[in-house]
Design a protein around this ligand. Structure first.
Ligand code: A2P
Length: 295
């Protein structure tokens, strides 16, 4: 059911006007996403070059010799010739193998030696081979970005860093660093996540119930979700809202017909709590765990 839902939701999203799709091998739905994109190309709604598909290298494929195989697997599943952006999903490598979450006898994740520069060079080769148009990273902190940017013989720069970003976690320092280095910030969980206790830090209150978002929304006849999304795009942060609901998919795209005043933007910047919804604490003892610093 979920899979058919993904297929229908992606087709609807394209009809509504979405062009950027944030995918991953790890989401186990690239087959359906690819099928939906191809169907909308076949029926003439869009051309391939109108679509922007982001794929992600999962943590069990960091060794350079596995990178291209992982991307080729994604392309084969999507049945597309290239992705528009290929990013390292996490700066933490796990033991390579068939298991996406390799675990020891005690259920603890088995880590792997992490060499982000070596992984990056393998990504560069994928771009040179035409399998992806550009390269980026995700969940990288400033130190990890600098590791790539300062790599000797760097051939292709990371164009984006996908990190958690919304009014309760506004990322002022990382945003400034990325701005200075021409790195686009793509904000995940822009609506404050699904609040699924299995992976979400519920100490952070529900974003969409925030009184400031509600009251600004009333002024423009917009929902708190639309205000939260508008806030990010207006400060140059790309948003990737997730929804499986047709009404909300449609509404989440209706954010280009109003704008927030400077005072409203400042007010919303002030909502920052410096608390992450997505802490990834189960991997906090990994040598490359990115979130020990607050940026
Ligand atoms: P649903 O799929 O039922 O719409 P995020 O993008 O921050 O990860 O948030 C995703 C969560 O937010 C999902 O649980 C999704 O549920 C919900 N959601 C998506 N759009 C809206 C909206 N416009 N208003 C309220 N909740 C939303």
């Amino acid at each position: 059911h979920v899979n058919n839902c993904v297929f229908e939701c992606v087709k609807l999203a394209i009809d509504v006007g979405y062009r950027h799709f944030d995918g991953a091998l790890m989401y186990y739905n690239e087959h359906e996403v690819g099928q939906a994109i191809r169907e909308k190309i076949t029926d003439g709604t869009v051309r391939r070059e109108d679509i922007f598909y982001c794929g992600k290298l999962w943590s069990t494929f960091h060794p350079p010799e596995l990178v291209r195989l992982a991307l080729e697997r994604t392309l084969k599943t999507l049945q597309l010739d290239y992705v528009d952006l290929y990013i390292i999903e996490l700066p933490m490598a796990f033991k390579p193998g068939d298991e996406f979450f390799p675990k020891d006898k005690n259920g603890k994740c088995i880590y792997h030696e992490t060499d982000l520069c070596a992984t990056w060079e393998a990504l560069e080769a994928c771009k040179d081979a035409g399998l992806t148009k550009s390269l980026g990273v995700s969940n990288f902190n400033q130190r990890q970005l600098e590791l790539i940017l300062n790599k000797s013989g760097l051939k292709h720069r990371p164009v984006s860093n996908q990190v958690e970003c919304h009014p309760y976690f506004t990322q002022p320092k990382l945003l400034e660093f990325c701005r200075q280095n021409d790195i686009v910030v793509v904000g995940y969980s822009p609506l404050g996540t699904s609040r699924d206790a299995s992976w979400v830090n519920l100490k952070c209150p529900p974003l969409l119930e925030d009184e400031v978002l509600v009251s600004i929304g009333k002024k423009y006849n917009k929902s708190p979700a639309q205000v939260a999304l508008r806030f990010n795009i207006q400060r140059g942060v790309v948003v990737i809202p997730k929804s499986f609901n047709p009404q909300r998919i449609t509404k989440n795209f209706q954010i280009f017909d109003f704008s927030l005043t400077d005072d409203e933007m400042k007010l919303m910047e002030g909502l920052n709590k410096n608390i992450r919804f997505v802490e990834l604490l189960m991997w906090s003892d990994h040598p490359e765990y990115p979130f020990h610093d607050d940026y």
